[in-house]
Design a binder for this molecule. Structure first.
Ligand SMILES: [Mn+2]
Length: 275
């Protein structure tokens, strides 16, 4: 269980989907990281930091600049954590060590002012998407990953592209509702039962990304506002906080999109949106 230093704060961001096609989002990420990094800050990157990850033996200017940004943040005293998303689940120890962040298991827990906060990328909560969950189970298998990473890089790039376009078709043909967190799965997770069937311990607050439906749900069924706004508050039992996705390159309505959550050891939080 991770604790936030008394004099410090924790920052959370996810779903930046960085690639060579997102120079503006990358720049926004670098600026954000530099602005929040200081002594006693914990910075959590909760998955889909990258649009795709072919293996630590592949690098491009995006991955290099992210590694540099993380190193700079670390050099001023921040501690950085990374959790795998469904896009960058192959990111491994080699890159993590080079960049200077620790890879967290999913889920992980924080203790904040006596409240247990479960942090997760969020894809496992989308239990209605049976096809994806099947792929997830297969692709998170150690043996599957070892075999995949042993393939020549070019072959991996082609396979990843094929998987991506299949997933795009799947998304386009699926109801919006199955791409969201399943409320029964959320309710069970609060009680300690994770969707994979394992008992993980109860939690008071759930914090995740992945769904691109930024919101603070105060109760299990409280609906998300159509346009979420920057907001502040105090952690309360039963809350589910959903982080925003980032897009400064090709945003809908031409408005840059992104943001982060700041959480203090007192349980006070602020959600800052860039739009
Ligand atoms: Mn995701």
């Amino acid at each position: 269980m991770i604790e936030i230093p008394q004099q410090g704060a924790a920052f959370f961001a996810s779903d930046l989907h960085l690639s060579e096609d997102t120079p503006k989002t990358l720049e926004a990420f670098e600026n954000w990281l530099a602005s929040v990094a200081q002594d006693n800050t914990l910075i959590f990157l909760l998955g889909d930091l990258f649009e795709v990850w072919y293996g630590d033996d592949h690098s491009d200017s995006t991955s290099k600049r992210v590694a540099q940004a993380v190193q700079s943040a670390k050099s001023v005293g921040a501690t950085l954590y990374f959790m795998h998303g469904n896009r960058d689940f192959l990111l491994g120890d080699q890159f993590a060590e080079a960049a200077g962040f620790e890879i967290l298991p999913d889920p992980e827990f924080l203790l904040v002012n006596h409240e247990v906060v479960l942090i997760t990328h969020g894809d496992q909560l989308c239990t209605d998407d049976k096809a994806y969950q099947k792929f997830r189970l297969q692709s998170r298998d150690e043996k599957w990953q070892k075999n995949f990473l042993a393939l020549p890089l070019q072959q991996r790039i082609e396979m990843a592209k094929a998987i991506r376009s299949e997933s795009k078709i799947h998304k386009a043909n699926s109801a919006m509702s199955i791409m969201d967190a399943n409320l029964q799965a959320v309710a069970e997770s609060f009680k300690g039962k994770w969707p994979d069937g394992y008992y993980i311990g109860k939690s008071d607050v759930i914090l995740h990304g992945h769904t691109h439906r930024c919101a603070i749900h105060h109760t299990l069924n409280s609906p998300a506002p159509t346009t979420p706004e920057s907001t502040q508050g105090q952690l309360q039992k039963g809350q589910r906080i959903v982080l925003p996705d980032w897009d400064f390159d090709e945003p809908e309505k031409n408005r840059p999109k992104g943001g982060f959550l700041k959480l203090q050891s007192s349980g006070e939080f602020s959600l800052t949106l860039f739009n």
